[in-house]
Design a protein. Structure first.
Length: 74
């Protein structure tokens, strides 16, 4: 497998993990689960990792984190 394909697979997996973490947080918040703050931290961490690896732009990361924080505060 070429380097390009490996990088693409790695990037896709990282983006998928970020989206999954966000969805888990949203689902838990809707269900009023106890571990919402833990899931919030995991989602923010996943967003930061994706940003640091250049998978999403800095403003996109800031916007997503802001939305999650607002949702957590409600």
């Amino acid at each position: 497998m070429g380097t390009n394909k490996k990088a693409n697979a790695k990037n896709s997996a990282q983006l998928s993990a970020m989206r999954t973490a966000i969805k888990k947080f949203e689902t838990a918040k809707t269900a009023n689960a106890e571990n919402v703050e833990d899931l919030y931290r995991q989602a923010v961490s996943a967003i930061d990792k994706a940003k640091s690896r250049g998978l999403i732009k800095p403003n996109n990361a800031a916007r997503n984190k802001s939305r999650l924080a607002a949702r957590l505060a409600k």
